[in-house]
Design a protein around this ligand. Structure first.
Ligand code: FAD
Length: 555
């Protein structure tokens, strides 16, 4: 068997031919918001991508090949470039311009935990950095092959660990290999009428191992729970040996090793297997939209939903700018959208906030009862029910935004997302602080942005805030421009009681702010864990701890 083919095109999201061209009306809308945009620009050709010279010693390469077979060690241009970066904005800016400087020297494709243990031994012996690679959809610089103190680096691609190993129907759990992608997992569980219910927007390409390594959160996490809540047990191969936590409903056997390893982002070891809590697949689904007059009213209503057990499984509240832009971009010229906007205007909701609510369950009757509870809370907050067509449109397009992002980049638009979470008592303060910080940073560079935000994961104690920023790219200084916005947002998040990440993880990009969140002793504790599990420091240098320099940081 040869090494698996790359799942995504090397410079963007998805496969070739799956494009989302902007209509002239959408382009006009963008130019109205951001100012004139430059002519459309395509990415450079693969042959023009610039790779660092490969430095993997022949002896190390031969030893790696002896473990997995020569056909599973690749150092051709396509393999290296497709493992050079994740899928964050700065990754795509650099890849489109042909900058593949984050490429590993080689890509290794193991097929078992035993092979991974042997590979880590080879890499420790030869001083080769190892970067675990799931779907490569990291947006925080997680998969770039930073070498740290090592002379060379390999990407350890888990695509061949792609099997559902066991299902325990009594416990409602499933044990899977880490390289299984979202669609493959749901298809395998679906055959047994089960679901995990974890649907991040990157679902099509991201993997179980990546979700667990980054503490991912799916679009329906309000109902199903974040991935950390869905992990019953995991098996991790580290350079010092293997740790397999027990599948237990609960345990008081000291601090939780499971918690230490979930979110370890490849810095402590390689997650090879995960036992997940699954549940019967829903027989009924319903997605609906509502409009609320103001974001603040929506936040209060979402708090009530979360604290009274009335929250839907998908609970999403857009602020005013996000509602305005998404209604316009989703086809402002179309009759249905014009009618909807006319209706909102006549009801005093012209500048309102869109709510998407989704319920999934065993029967229509059960769904109707839950919907009634949710709708009552929203109505009391002044909501207008917009019915299921807008909700169905959201469901239909729930994985579409990354394709649109490629198109926006072609048109010279900065489009970045960032996220945080805080308590209900500080949510509105944080919402405004991050918006103002990003707006100020980009305005100062002469590229005023549109900063949009939504609440999408609600808890009894608080909620996440997910921002999308768009502005004109600063030609020739795209990375410096990105860094200015990122630094401003991160400072504001920490100053106003947020977490540096609710679900994207730390990677490299949030590393500079991790110490502010967990404190110096917290960092020392993480360092001690790393020194025990990875004494040679080969696991993902520059991620989580001691971050590598951020793109654009010098400008
Ligand atoms: C368009 C887009 C939308 C997104 N939407 C969401 C969303 O809705 N919710 C969300 O939570 N995230 C989202 N993300 C972020 C990203 O998809 C998640 O972080 C995801 O969990 C990464 O999975 P992956 O398999 O692609 O991991 P990768 O990107 O391959 O790796 C991510 C990190 O985990 C490490 N890693 C990967 N596999 C393993 C393993 N088996 N063992 C140890 N370490 C490992 C890597 O070294 C890296 O540090 C989105 C990203 C994009 C580009």
């Amino acid at each position: 068997m040869t090494a698996p083919a790359p799942r995504m095109r090397w410079w963007g999201w998805g496969e070739d031919g799956h494009d989302a061209p902007l209509s002239p009306a959408q382009l006009a809308l963008l130019e109205g918001e951001l100012g004139a945009l430059p002519p459309r620009r395509d990415p450079v050709a693969l042959d023009d991508a610039r790779l660092p010279d490969a430095t993997l010693p022949d002896a190390a390469r031969a030893a790696l090949a002896a473990v997995v077979g020569a056909e599973h060690v690749r150092d051709d241009r396509l393999a290296r470039v497709t493992h050079a970066a994740g899928r964050g904005y700065h990754d795509l800016v650099r890849l489109r311009a042909g900058d593949a400087s984050g490429a590993p020297d080689a890509v290794v494709y193991p097929a078992s935990a035993e092979e991974i243990a042997a590979l880590l031994g080879v890499c420790a012996q030869h001083g080769v950095a190892v970067v675990p690679f799931g779907g490569g959809t990291s947006v925080v610089g997680g998969v770039e092959a930073w070498r740290g103190r090592c002379a060379s680096a390999v990407s350890l691609d888990l695509a061949r660990l792609d099997r559902l190993l066991a299902v325990d129907r009594e416990t409602l759990s499933a044990t899977v290999q880490a390289g299984v992608t979202g669609p493959a997992l749901e298809a395998a569980l679906g055959e047994q009428e089960l679901t995990l219910g974890h649907f991040p927007q990157s679902f099509e390409f991201s993997t179980v191992g990546g979700w667990v390594a980054t503490r991912s959160s799916g679009q329906a996490s309000t109902g199903y729970g974040r991935i950390d809540a869905l992990v019953l047990a995991l098996r991790v191969v580290t350079p010092s040996g293997e740790i397999a936590t027990r599948a237990l409903p609960a345990s008081a056997a000291g601090p939780s090793l499971r918690e230490l390893l979930v979110g370890s982002e490849g810095a402590l070891g390689v997650i090879v297997e995960v036992t997940l809590r699954v549940r019967p697949g829903p027989a009924a689904r319903r997605y609906e939209a509502f409009s609320l007059p103001r974001f603040a009213a929506g936040v209060q209503a979402f708090r009530t939903l979360a604290q009274t057990g009335a929250a839907p499984d998908v609970a999403r509240l857009s602020d005013e700018p996000e509602t305005r832009v998404s209604l316009a971009l989703s086809g402002g010229e179309r009759l249905a959208t014009r009618v909807l906007r006319g209706y909102l205007r006549t009801r005093g909701h012209a500048d309102g906030c869109l709510v998407i609510a989704g319920w999934e369950g065993r029967s229509d009757t059960q769904l109707r009862a839950r919907r009634t509870k949710t709708a009552r809370v929203l109505r009391e907050a002044g909501a207008l029910a917009l019915g299921s067509p807008v909700g169905a449109a959201w469901e239909h397009g729930r994985f579409a935004a990354p394709y649109l992002r490629d198109e926006l980049l072609a048109h010279g638009v900065l489009v970045e997302t960032l996220e945080t979470a805080t308590t209900w008592s500080r949510l509105l303060e944080l919402h405004a602080a991050v918006r103002d910080a990003v707006d100020g940073a980009l305005r100062a560079r002469g590229t005023p942005p549109v900063v949009m935000c939504h609440v999408s994961h609600v808890y009894r104690a608080g909620a996440s805030l997910y921002y999308t920023l768009v502005s004109r790219q600063e030609a020739g200084a795209e990375l410096e421009q990105w860094h200015a916005a990122k630094a401003a947002a991160s400072e504001a998040i920490l100053a106003h009681g947020g977490t540096i990440s609710h679900h994207h993880g730390v990677g490299r990009d949030h590393g500079p702010w991790l110490g502010d969140e967990v404190g110096p002793l917290g960092i020392e504790l993480l360092r001690a864990a790393k020194a025990t599990l990875d004494p040679a420091g080969i696991m993902s240098p520059g991620k989580l701890l001691d971050p590598a320099p951020l793109p654009g940081a010098g400008g």
